[in-house]
Design a protein around this ligand. Structure first.
Ligand code: GLY
Length: 278
């Protein structure tokens, strides 16, 4: 599948589940002094989660342009040095505004990854927040228990910023080790096992004093790194080897008169990836 086909199949899948397909919001958010740049697909729905705004639909999906160079979500230092973080990227997301919850969010994520995109089930791991027995029990319907891991706030409690909508999350990780031995590498910060999708169960508002205020309704907010899932589907170890980035890398090679090096530690390659990302 080309990157374009992956993007379209994500949107088509959620359209078939009665989601309204919406457009990406601008990368500079309207009227939100808590954010410099849009850092997630859910930003444009913050008012709905906080019950101060409404939409004429209860389910939505889109591909959102995001910038993560400041604040709570800042990947600037990773870019170029590794092969799977970006300052500017697309986030595929689906949302429920007080409608479906964990059961459907997990079922549909599994269906898209394994039925539609045919990712090998024995390369997928799920993580849940340490106390989220509900998500753990749902995952048991799809994968063996030794592939479900519990983590704490740092990895499995998602917040958009210092304040705002937040909640426990369940991530899906893909194991790229040759012998499928990546269980211990989940959340270890290695390209061998990478997070591909984050399913957030929004149920709190983080207040400026740090307290968590329960929201009136429970919501779903998911985020999947488009460039990463394209790399996984195209069986590439690096996002820069996919058809999202290879035309840009080829152009940089021509302008620089240098070949893109295979060795990931080579500073020429790091510089080329930084330029391609930017
Ligand atoms: N809002 C979910 C995420 O950015 O991971």
């Amino acid at each position: 599948m080309t990157a374009k086909e992956v993007r379209q199949s994500f949107l088509d899948f959620f359209k078939s589940k009665d989601h309204k397909i919406v457009t990406s919001s601008p990368v500079v958010p309207y009227g939100d002094p808590t954010l410099l740049f849009t850092n997630a697909g859910m930003n444009q729905f913050k008012d709905v989660f906080l019950d101060i705004g409404t939409r004429d639909y209860k389910r939505a999906a889109d591909t959102q342009k995001c910038i993560r160079v400041s604040g709570k979500h800042n990947d600037l230092e990773e870019v170029g040095v590794d092969t799977y973080h970006h300052t500017f990227f697309e986030m595929l997301g689906n949302w429920s505004f007080g409608d479906y919850y964990k059961e459907e969010a997990i079922a549909w994520a599994w269906e898209l990854l394994t039925d539609v995109w045919k990712l090998p089930k024995d390369r997928l791991y799920a993580t849940v927040f340490k106390t989220d027995d509900e998500a753990y029990e749902i995952w048991k319907k799809y994968i063996p228990e030794d592939r479900i891991q519990r983590f704490g706030e740092k990895d499995n409690f998602w917040e958009m910023g210092e304040t705002g909508p937040c909640g426990p999350c369940s991530e899906i990780h893909f194991d790229r080790t040759p012998d499928k031995s990546g269980g211990k590498l989940v959340n270890a910060g290695t390209p061998d096992v990478i997070e591909i999708w984050n399913l957030v169960f929004i149920q709190y508002n983080r207040l400026p004093n740090g307290e968590l205020e329960p929201l009136r309704s429970k919501h779903v907010d998911t985020g999947m790194g488009f460039e990463r899932i394209v790399a996984v589907i195209q069986n590439k170890k690096s996002n820069y080897d996919t058809d999202v980035f290879s035309p840009i890398i080829n152009q940089i090679e021509q302008l620089a008169g240098k070949k893109y090096p295979e060795d990931l530690a080579n500073p020429v390659g790091i510089a080329m990836r930084v330029m391609a990302d930017h």
